[in-house]
Design a protein around this ligand. Structure first.
Ligand code: GDP
Length: 538
């Protein structure tokens, strides 16, 4: 295996050919439990590239927030990050697109959707805590799509759990093989650095010039000389045991999502971050082929195609602008090109796509498969949309998740019902909430994963549409998408359950249930009907 996956080739008409541009891209996200160190690691990764750019926003704690519009106040007041952003940096000839995700679990739907736009993920684990609830949940979402995972065990400068224990926990709770690429020497206060399992040297926490992966390494014997208290024999024994007990790294198993390479470090001390970045460059896959309704689209196909995985409103409070974040799946996007929005069949000029390339917004004139561009629009684009220059494909796999909270929207002013309907349609197309319209004509229901989503909805309806609303508890608590191979069976089920059926934003039927018991009861009797918690994952 070569050091990097980038093919060496002569420049063609553009600086590099499409295949080369695609091969040098790594589009990834970081998954972790709050407090494990995602923000700190992100900052350190960006330092390597030198380029910090802000699509949407980085989780800045401070002045940068004062340009935000009203509903962002919620975020400001509570000190949480609601918005997903994209950060691009270059390192070692590679282009890294880091798709940030909201830290707060109430916005996990956003995170799930963002994970459909990456080719790999870094799983950050707190060395003292191991696998935590949210890490596990996000890992499961990655597994749905076989996204390869690189593990970074963080906070090694603090008291941590036994290394074998941590690896064992990953293997058992996630059913994922592990291969340590580095191994900690000492722990907690006695943590000295990491042993490079492939090269056999030790990189020191102190004075090791941790910034680059190629920082100085010394042998264990040398380490012993420098640290008289170090039990060299014990360290060697542990390393031997580790090499014997662990599976060798297997690129294919990693790329298929069965094995995770593990790096140890401290984001705060900027230690081990270089190893991690090098690992991402060497092993993480370049843009993958994307599944569509017709066929798989390879990233280096010449025709541009992209799908929208995120919509962000109010980046500029003075304009009602909405930025649709689209992940390029194939080809090259150039400013001014026209693409077809497959859902409507209409051409859409990409006159001012925003590239989050290099230092700031709106820089480059072209982007390639694997990149994320922001497309300003006034509500034309919605989540899951496909834009293409080629054939009419629709990318699949941008999922919706059954809401955990369902509420009925109560509008103070009945005259504004039509306006509310439009507003809710827009909000659901943006992915702020899910909207369910009961077929019996009852007022709309909204579904969310976390209660803060309701706060955002309320604030935005008020600020942008002058619609004061409240939410009341509905008789329904659960929503499931229903489908059947047998159209007749589905029609009969819908006819028989009239008042419990609603349409989602796309007009797909949803069954609403009072509680788990009712759901189970109905499901047991509805032969041939599939009740799903997730919509549109292949
Ligand atoms: P996030 O919630 O996952 O984004 O976590 P943050 O990056 O905000 O980190 C949470 C806390 O852990 C902060 O106080 C960080 O300074 C601290 N932290 C992050 N990485 C390390 C580390 O490697 N070592 C130590 N000792 N603290 C860390």
């Amino acid at each position: 295996m070569s050091d990097t996956a980038v093919p060496a080739e002569a420049p063609s008409s553009t600086p590099y050919s499409l295949a080369h541009e695609v091969a040098r891209r790594r589009t990834f996200a970081i998954i972790s439990h709050p407090d494990a160190g995602k923000t700190t690691l992100t900052e350190k990764l960006l330092l390597f590239g030198g380029a910090i750019n802000l699509a949407g926003q980085v989780k800045a704690k401070g002045e940068r927030r004062n340009t935000r519009s009203d509903w962002m106040k919620i975020e400001r007041d509570r000190g949480i990050s609601v918005v997903t952003s994209v950060m691009t940096f270059e390192f070692d000839g590679l282009v890294f697109n880091l798709l940030d995700t909201p830290g707060h679990e109430d916005f996990s739907e956003d995170t799930y959707r963002t994970l459909t736009a990456v080719d790999s993920a870094v799983m950050v684990i707190d060395a003292a805590k191991g696998i935590e609830a949210r890490t596990r949940k996000l890992f499961e979402v990655c597994r749905l799509r076989d996204i390869p995972i690189i593990t970074f065990i963080n906070k090694m400068d603090r008291e941590s759990r036994d290394t074998f224990d941590l690896l064992d926990e990953i293997e058992k709770t996630l059913a994922l093989d592990t291969t340590p690429m580095t191994w900690p020497v000492g722990r907690g206060r006695d943590f000295l650095g990491t042993y490079d399992v492939l090269d056999g040297g030790v990189r020191l926490l102190e004075g090791g010039g941790a910034k680059t992966g190629a920082a100085e390494q010394i042998s264990i014997e040398e380490l012993g000389k420098r640290h008289a208290n170090l039990d060299v024999a014990a360290v060697k024994e542990e390393l031997e045991l580790a090499t014997e007990a662990c599976k060798p790294f297997d690129l294919e198993a990693f790329r298929e999502g069965h094995l995770t390479p593990v790096y140890f470090g401290s984001a705060l001390r900027n230690f081990g971050v270089g190893d991690l970045l090098q690992g991402l460059g060497r092993y993480a896959p370049p843009p993958r082929a994307q599944e569509s309704n017709l066929r798989k689209i390879a990233a280096d196909e010449p025709k541009m195609s992209a799908f929208v995985f995120k919509i962000q409103a109010n980046m500029d409070p003075n304009h009602r602008d909405r930025i649709a974040f689209a992940r390029l799946c194939s080809g090259k996007l150039t400013r001014g090109m026209k693409a077809k929005l497959v859902r409507t069949g209409k051409a859409m000029p990409l006159s001012s796509p925003q590239f989050f390339f290099a230092q700031d917004r709106s820089v480059a004139d072209e982007a390639f498969a694997g990149d994320v561009v922001g497309i300003p629009n006034h509500g034309t684009l919605r989540i899951g949309d496909t834009l293409t220059e080629g054939e009419d494909v629709t990318f699949i796999g941008v999922p919706s998740f059954a809401p955990e909270i369902v509420r009925r929207v109560r509008l103070g002013d009945a005259m504004k019902a039509k306006k509310l309907k439009e507003a809710l349609q827009q909000m659901s197309e943006e992915g702020v909430v899910q909207v369910f319209r009961p077929r019996d004509g009852a007022p709309a229901l909204v579904g969310v994963v976390g209660p803060l989503q309701l706060d955002v909805l309320k604030a935005r309806l008020e600020a942008e549409y002058q619609l004061p609303v409240d939410f009341e508890v509905s008789e329904f608590q659960l929503a499931r998408w229903i489908s059947s191979d047998d159209r007749k069976k589905l029609d009969t089920f819908i006819a028989n359950n009239g008042s419990s059926i609603a349409d989602d934003v796309d007009g797909d039927p949803v069954y609403l249930a009072k509680n788990e018991f009712y759901l189970g009861y109905t499901r047991d009797r509805a032969e041939g009907i599939v009740f799903s918690e997730i919509k549109d994952v292949k």
